[in-house]
Design a binder for this molecule. Structure first.
Ligand SMILES: Nc1nc2c(ncn2[C@@H]2O[C@H](COP(=O)(O)OP(=O)(O)OP(=O)(O)O)[C@@H](O)[C@H]2O)c(=O)[nH]1
Ligand SMILES: [Mg+2]
Length: 367
């Protein structure tokens, strides 16, 4: 899973990146072109409990890759800003499964906002507009091509092109009124027809309002005032103080505890942001446990047992026989797989079984 951290210059993207990845990338770069990539293990207490039961040689957490991208240049007449990005940046942005959009909400006289004032709503809309323009340019170019060379080819090709054109015309309308593609209400077939474009406004977004330390007690109010008129599909809004979180991450756990208490923080944003990203992407984790390895595997909610098998290895999906499944809670309550079996809690599930979060699964397969 790849998540791109985006936002206007100086919004606090790199500070958020450092917080999430416990990294030390340089901040305050004033829009430099540095691209940062970091991998984060998803904290999951269930793995610790399973490790106590199975005493495996290793424990493998799910991971998320975060990419910290510099702000795109602003679009101007006839020129789309994001398309001016270096090719690697644009590719990273397009490949991302989701976006974290960092929006500056902190006041800091020593670091004045380039626009002269701090206005999170304005900034949020400005980057949204950039991404909308980028998608619109892509749609327009493709429609133009479909209008010429798209009329040739075999009958099947022409039909596919017509179907694509219908979807793209709808997207054009959505984008032209300023809405993101994630609001277009595409069905599964339509989504499939346009998947290859990797449209920016189709990606799920976590908007992170980066607030100053003094505003921490007002975080919830700020979030609700923004969400009141920022209603989009697959969009979540949350607030954090990136600078505080980065500093917290650099402390020893007990020092961090004291500091958090002083600030009135109940949990670190790190865990919350990771959990929110999971929710946003509609991901759940199934677990595997044995003497070699205890491991969490992220998959989209709604996946079947055979999808889960394929996540582990394609051979397991190909030769799938059944999935021996026990819910995590049952397994830890009963204490072992054997006891779960005796108690009738170990289920034998077929290919179409819908995997649930926390299912501990063993795939039986033929080679
Ligand atoms: N006071 C305060 N300063 C912050 C906060 N978050 C970031 N900053 C400061 O704002 C400046 C910009 O932060 P960065 O994380 O580098 O921002 P960025 O979005 O990566 O900036 P560019 O990559 O240059 O576009 C740095 O000097 C940070 O220390 C915050 O929550 N409070
Ligand atoms: Mg930066």
């Amino acid at each position: 899973m790849q998540i791109a951290i985006v936002g206007l210059a100086g919004a606090g993207k790199t500070t958020v990146f450092n917080t999430l990845t416990r990294g030390h990338a340089e901040t305050g770069g004033f829009g430099g072109l540095q691209l940062n990539v970091g991998v984060v293990k998803v904290p999951d207490r269930r793995l610790d409990r399973l490790a106590e039961i199975f005493k495996p040689k290793k424990v493998v957490q799910a991971d998320v890759t975060y990419v910290d991208l510099p702000a795109p240049p602003a679009s101007s007449e006839g020129r789309v800003g994001t398309e001016e990005l270096p090719a690697e940046h644009l590719a990273r942005l397009r490949e991302a499964d989701a976006l974290i959009h960092v929006v500056r909400a902190f006041e800091d006289p020593s670091f004045p906002h380039p626009a002269g004032s701090v206005d999170p709503r304005r900034d949020l809309e400005q980057l949204d507009l950039e991404f909308t323009l980028a998608d619109l340019a892509l749609v327009d170019r493709r429609l133009e091509r479909l209008g010429t060379s798209g009329r040739h080819g075999t009958q099947a090709e022409r039909e596919a092109n017509e179907r694509e054109e219908v979807v793209l015309r709808r997207l054009k309308q959505t984008l032209e009124v300023g809405d993101p593609i994630r609001d277009a209400g595409l069905d599964a077939d339509e989504e499939k027809a346009i998947r290859g474009f990797r449209f920016l406004t189709q990606k799920p977004v976590l908007v992170l309002l980066n607030i100053g330390e003094a505003d921490l007690p007002r975080a919830a109010d700020l979030v609700s005032s923004i969400t009141a008129d920022y209603r989009h599909e697959h969009t979540l809004v949350d607030a954090l103080s990136a600078k505080i979180e980065m500093e917290l991450g650099e402390l020893e756990p007990d020092e961090a505890g004291v500091f958090m208490e002083e600030l009135g923080l109940k949990e670190s944003s790190l865990d919350r942001v990771i959990a929110l990203s999971y929710r946003l992407l509609g991901l759940i984790s199934f677990l595997t446990a044995g003497p070699d390895e205890v491991r969490a595997w992220p998959i989209p909610d709604g996946s079947t047992a055979v999808d889960a098998a394929g996540t582990i290895h394609t051979d397991l999906a190909r030769g799938f026989i059944r999935a021996e499944t026990v819910a995590y809670d049952d397994l830890v309550t009963l204490g072992s797989t054997a006891d779960a079996r005796k108690a009738g809690r170990l289920r034998s599930e077929g290919k179409t079984y819908r995997v649930r979060d926390g299912d501990v699964v063993e795939i039986l397969f033929s080679r």
